[in-house]
Design a protein around this ligand. Structure first.
Ligand code: PXP
Length: 254
């Protein structure tokens, strides 16, 4: 039996670190813990504005992945700078994403419409020339039209943007049209033998209907995992601090 892969997106650990500009929490440590727990892949997004993942994180996290014989998936925009960085780093996967400086997170899929497809094609060809071993996925909206456009590009997979599905799940809205679109997209795309991945906004609960549908072979999940990890770990960390404090009675008070 084949099970889907989990890619843990650890950008959100870097977000906490960058708020203080300190070296902790270390992103590579989050990578190691995720792999120890069974993740098959670590996903990081080196944004043009470096708001979370920094340049030094990329080789550090890659080192952890290599040591554990697991995959590094580098999300990046289609810029010359990112092409250079990726060419040096040689990640296992590159996921091409759209990037707008003002957005809070990646808000939509890559534009693969008629006016932009040539640019995407050209960028993928450049990547394939520099990095023949690296696989490429395109972070796109899940519609059959988009899938048809992606089939004209030298890519190895699509990652379907599940952001709106995940929001609709949280607000208990009808999900059938999303699931229907994913099925129709899969029907168009999977015949090519290329990968069909999903990511954005997913939680333990919202991923379930997708797992039941059984079409996606990879899920990249970050924000919910890191959010939930706070609650799983908070009590333990407070206990550690209290244990230390209780060994140290105050000296100035009789
Ligand atoms: N996949 C892609 C392409 C993304 O840009 C993101 C967000 O960085 C994710 C997956 C993970 O999304 P989330 O952090 O909401 O789980």
């Amino acid at each position: 039996m084949k099970y889907p892969r989990l890619g843990v997106n650890i950008d959100h650990v870097a977000t906490i670190r960058q708020q203080r500009g300190e070296f902790y929490p270390e992103v590579f440590r989050a990578a190691q813990l995720s792999l120890d727990a069974g993740a098959e892949q670590i996903t990081i997004h080196l944004r043009e504005d470096r708001r979370h993942i920094q340049d030094h994180d990329v080789p550090e996290v890659h080192q952890v992945c290599k040591k554990n014989k697991k995959l590094l998936n580098l999300e990046m925009g289609m810029t010359d700078e990112m092409l250079q960085i990726a060419t040096l780093e040689k990640p296992d996967w590159i996921c091409l994403v759209p990037e707008k400086r003002q957005e809070r997170t990646t808000e939509g899929g890559l534009d693969v419409g008629p006016s932009q497809i040539e640019r995407v094609r050209h960028f993928c060809d450049a990547l394939k020339k520099n990095l023949p071993q690296t696989k490429i996925s395109l972070f796109v909206e899940g519609t059959p039209e988009v899938m048809k456009q992606c089939l004209t590009v030298n890519c190895d997979a699509v990652e379907i943007h599940t952001g709106q599905y995940a929001i609709d799940f949280l607000h208990q809205k009808d999900l059938s049209h999303h699931l229907d679109m994913y099925k129709k997209s899969w029907e168009v795309f999977h015949k090519s033998g290329r990968g069909f991945h999903a990511g954005h906004g997913l939680t333990l609960e919202s991923v379930l209907p997708l797992l039941e549908q059984g079409l996606f072979e990879e899920y990249n999940i970050g924000h919910w995992i890191i959010s939930e990890a706070v609650f799983v770990g908070l009590g333990e960390v407070v206990k550690q601090l209290k244990t230390l404090m209780e060994k140290h009675p105050m000296k100035g008070i009789v």
